[in-house]
Every structure is written in structure tokens, then in C-alpha cells.
Write a protein that binds this ligand. Structure first.
Ligand SMILES: [Fe+2]
Ligand SMILES: [Fe+2]
Length: 335
């Protein structure tokens, strides 16, 4: 999944206190690479704020992937058919894999995975707020695939061209898997809308009603309230603005909703001939900030589940370390 509001916090101003001529030249070379649309590798020199911004964004993204496993993981034992269960298992495993690539990408910037996870578990680090909403029915699982993974793809395709190469490379594979996630969600809803009972159709509509607005919030605050976006754009970390991505998502989704036969819960949704886009109603940003700041419907539950998994996995980490130590001991003898 899932980037959202990655630019809502933290200092991102350009570091103006260069310490030496050498550093000045390194900075110039860095700027020239960025201006040429080039890529920065892990061992290249980079400004401290660029590094910090990336660690924050990539780790928030990694946290979102693994917290994102929880709402859907709830439904694995209750999937209605063997086929749906196999698909859901594969999807939830994919999200775990996305977390793994992204933690590895963040580690190339010099922050350990233990540090990153400690920040998540202490509540210091953020993850996408969308996962603080509950999955009440089976239709929520399809809706997450269609809308949440759909919004994630809109957000993430531009990151495949992010100036930090390890992040960009991770995103290419992630985006391919996200598109499968979106398709399976749409397919699952389509089956219910076309062949389902009236109760099942109502269940789909109810899930769409609950997820629509939080999905629009996934793109982060409006551009004029997103002061760090400009720096992210300058650095080639962010390629498309929050509002532009949101509009792209709305335009694509309205057409898909027609195929599904569901209504999007926004009376202001209207085609604007002049703009060539769909107009949509006002987003409740108070709700967004409430959830970002820890007071959404499931924030506490999600964090508690992650901490519990970490604590109960301690023996696995210890066993893996003991095994590695034993291997290292044996190796000189083998050689
Ligand atoms: Fe996904
Ligand atoms: Fe993902």
C-alpha cells in the first residue's frame, strides 16, 4: 500500500550551513544530478535533510504495508470460498513483502530496521491512516482492494521515478503487485454486484460509502496546506502534487463505479466540462487530522497488534541469530 500524508511532518528546509568547499562541491554535484532527472544511489553523497526526509517517507511507507496487513488479515479465516481465501492470502503476503523491500530500502540510508520498528511501536512514526478504519463485512475486503489499493497505485506509480534509486527500484515491483490487488478487489465486488443477493449488493454499497472519503484523504492535505511538498518536488522525491493525484483517482474511479453499479457517496460529484474532470465535494480534514493524530476508530488496536506480534516473535529473532552465529563458527572449518 500506501503512502499518504508523507509530507505532513518534520523539517525539510534546505540545509544552508555547508561546512567546507568540498561539501559545497558535493552539493553542487547532487543538485546537478537531481536537475538532470538522474538518480542518487545509497553510497552517493546527499544532503542530510534529503536523507532524513527519505528515511521518514520510506519507513512510513513500510509501516503502512505491514499495518495494512491487519484489517484484511482479519478476514482470511472467514473468506467465503477457497478461491477467495487463496487470493486474500496471496495479497496479504504481498503486503508483508512490500514492507520487507521498503525496510531494506530505508536501511540503505543508514537507519536500522530495529530503530524504524521502535519508532512505529512507540507511536512516534506514522503509517497510512486508512488502516485505522475497521473491516466490518466481507465487502470491505473487496472495497479495500478496489479503492485503497487503487489509491495506493495512483500515489506510488510516480515514486517509481523517485530520485533515490533503491526506493524507485522497490516501487517498480510493488506497483505490479498493487495492480493485482486492485483487480482482485474490483472482481470480488463485481461478482457480488452482478450475481449477489439484494443483501450482498447492499453490503457492497455500505462498504463503499464508508471507505470513499477516507480513500480521498490518502493523498494527503490539499496542496496549499502541504508546505513540504515543494521541497519534495525539488528533490525529485515527489513527482505529482496531492491534489493532482486525488483528482486523477476520482476521475478513474467514477467510471469504475458505473461498471460496478455502485453509487459514490458524494452529492457534489459532477462532470465539469470546462475542466475536463469530475468535481467533488469538500473533504472533512478534521477527521483526517483526528485519525493521523491517533484518534481514529482502530489506531490503538492496530498498534497493539503490531507490538504483540513483535514481542511474540522475539524467539524467532533469537533463534535466527543463534543459527547465524553457529554457521559463522562452522565456516572457517569448512574452508
Ligand atoms: Fe496492496
Ligand atoms: Fe502494498
Amino acid at each position: 500500500m500506501y503512502t499518504q500524508a508523507m509530507d505532513t511532518q518534520g523539517p525539510e528546509s534546505e540545509d544552508k550551513t555547508l561546512r567546507s568547499v568540498e561539501e559545497f562541491q558535493l552539493q553542487q554535484r547532487f543538485d546537478a544530478t537531481i536537475d538532470d532527472g538522474g538518480f542518487i544511489e545509497a553510497k552517493d553523497w546527499m544532503p542530510e535533510n534529503y536523507r532524513k526526509t527519505l528515511v521518514r517517507q520510506i519507513s512510513q511507507h513500510a509501516h503502512s504495508e505491514i499495518v495494512g496487513m491487519l484489517p484484511e488479515g482479519n478476514w482470511i479465516t472467514r473468506a467465503p470460498t477457497l478461491k477467495r481465501k487463496a487470493i486474500l492470502l496471496a495479497k496479504v503476503q504481498d503486503e508483508g513483502g512490500h514492507g520487507l523491500y521498503l525496510y531494506a530500502a530505508a536501511e540503505t540510508l543508514g537507519t536500522s530496521r530495529d530503530q524504524l520498528l521502535a519508532a512505529l511501536h512507540s507511536g512516534k512514526a506514522k503509517y497510512s491512516s486508512i488502516f485505522n478504519y475497521p473491516t466490518l463485512t466481507w465487502a470491505d475486503v473487496g472495497t479495500i482492494g478496489w479503492l485503497v489499493d487503487g489509491a495506493a497505485i495512483m500515489n506510488q506509480v510516480p515514486i517509481c521515478r523517485c530520485s533515490y534509486a533503491p526506493y524507485a527500484r522497490a516501487m517498480i515491483r510493488i506497483c505490479r503487485e498493487e495492480s493485482f490487488h486492485q483487480r482482485q478487489g474490483f472482481d470480488s465486488l463485481l461478482v457480488m454486484m452482478q450475481n449477489g443477493t439484494e443483501a450482498q449488493k447492499a453490503m457492497v454499497q455500505d462498504a463503499v460509502n464508508r471507505w470513499w472519503w477516507p480513500c480521498l484523504m490518502m493523498f494527503g492535505p490539499p496542496d496549499d496546506q502541504s508546505p513540504n511538498s515543494a521541497q519534495g518536488m525539488r528533490w525529485g522525491i515527489k513527482r505529482v502534487s496531492n491534489d493532482d493525484l486525488r483528482q486523477k483517482f476520482v476521475d478513474a474511479t467514477v467510471e469504475q463505479a458505473k461498471v460496478l453499479g455502485v453509487t459514490l457517496p458524494d452529492p457534489d460529484l459532477k462532470w465539469n466540462e470546462e475542466r475536463g474532470h469530475w468535481d467533488f465535494g469538500a473533504i472533512d480534514w478534521d477527521e483526517f487530522w483526528r485519525v493521523v493524530n491517533g484518534n481514529g476508530p482502530c489506531n490503538r488496536e492496530r498498534l497493539a497488534a503490531r507490538v504483540k506480534a513483535w514481542e511474540e516473535g522475539a524467539w524467532v529473532r533469537e533463534a535466527a541469530l543463534a543459527h547465524a552465529a553457529k554457521q559463522a563458527e562452522r565456516e572457517p572449518q569448512a574452508a
